[in-house]
Design a protein around this ligand. Structure first.
Ligand SMILES: N[C@@H](CCC(=O)N[C@@H](CS)C(=O)NCC(=O)O)C(=O)O
Length: 336
């Protein structure tokens, strides 16, 4: 694992020394927006018009942030408009790698990972350098790439799912809206709380290097799961009867919870399976059309347990847990 410093790749684990053992996630740097007409979006430059075949999405099937973008690509019928490439799950001294001859000797090819189709790159950081030769910062998935300008449109999943939600509607005819105007302030408030305490909360627990930072994150995770469990007793989804962006952002962390975060990141007060509402809710989302195909536990487990040598030096990947997200969820009873 590493990062780019003024265009040079440096193999380096997260530095928590300056923050009392707390893991602090770096903000994404590429923040342009694809819009229907190519005018500038909420951030970045203009010139990124929604067009079939123009953009390419790079993801890891392991990564909860990249997973959001894959789900939106499916929900919004963008598969034929935006092609996708899946990186290898093992993220080692060269960071994210593509399948193929350049793979580092430590990495093992896992079924489903692909070669880089546009330029034949070996590593994701090489694409970052193609976009910005002097780039400094972490090299993360997802990446939305523009084949016309040969650059990164965005490496922020929260922005990419908003683009997918609306920018291509005129091309797909799919106007399903996961961020509808009347619910925006409620969705924003949910996202804020869930990002800090759940999505990034599990990472704050797992990557903490002080007992205090770990315990704070642990409490944030479980206090928030308790609150969500309560909320989901009365209503099918987070804002009520409509599935929104807030649900999908929560889903990608919850689906990984028992397989990875509970053990590897030590968020082990309870399993997700011990929360009746939350576990049925996750099954409900998993069973929405097209979503199950975006979930790959081989990539998820291989990534976390194998890549984080600081946390799991033996790199043994656990065989369990046994779980079946296709079981009945009974949450239709909450529809009104
Ligand atoms: N803010 C980014 C975060 C993405 C992110 O942190 N992805 C992780 C994988 S789960 C990554 O690529 N990490 C590599 C690193 O930190 O070096 C987003 O939501 O798109």
């Amino acid at each position: 694992m590493g990062l780019l410093q003024q265009g040079q790749w440096v193999d380096q684990w997260y530095d928590t020394g300056k923050s009392e053992g707390k893991f602090e996630r770096e903000a994404a740097r590429f923040r342009h927006w694809v819009t229907a007409d190519g005018n500038a979006g909420p951030a970045g430059d203009s010139g990124f018009k929604a067009e079939a075949g123009r953009y390419h999405l790079y993801v890891s099937l392991a990564c909860p942030w990249a997973h959001r973008t894959l789900i939106f690509r499916t929900l919004k019928n963008l598969e034929s408009l935006i092609a996708v490439t899946v990186v290898e799950p093992h993220m080692l001294e060269n960071g994210w790698e593509f399948a193929g001859p350049g793979q580092s000797h430590n990495a093992r090819h896992i079924h489903g990972a692909e070669a880089e189709p546009l330029y034949g790159k070996d590593y994701l950081y090489q694409l970052y350098l193609q976009a910005a030769a002097d780039y400094s910062g972490r090299v993360t998935v997802p990446v939305l790439w523009d084949k016309q300008q040969n650059t990164i449109v965005s490496n922020e999943s929260a922005d990419i799912i908003r683009m997918f939600n609306s920018a291509f509607n005129h091309l797909t005819g799919n106007s399903q809206d996961y961020y509808p105007n009347p619910l925006r302030s409620e969705i924003d408030a949910l996202n804020e709380r869930i990002y800090h305490n759940i999505n990034n909360g599990v990472y704050r627990a797992g990557f903490a290097t002080s007992q205090q930072a770990y315990e704070q994150a642990f409490d944030d995770v479980f206090n928030t799961l308790d609150w969500l469990e309560q909320r989901l007793c009365e209503q099918r989804y987070l804002t009520g009867s409509k599935l929104t962006e807030a649900d999908w952002r929560l889903f990608t962390t919850l689906i990984r919870f028992d397989a990875v975060y509970h053990g590897h990141f030590k968020t082990n007060r309870q399993r997700l399976a011990d929360y009746p509402q939350l576990s049925a809710y996750v099954r409900d989302l998993y069973q929405q059309p097209g979503v199950a195909a975006t979930v790959n536990f081989e990539h998820i487990k291989q990534h976390y347990y194998y890549s984080h040598g600081e946390i799991n030096p033996t790199r043994i990947v656990p065989k369990g847990p046994l779980q079946d997200f296709s079981l009945s969820h009974q949450r239709h009873r909450l529809d009104n």
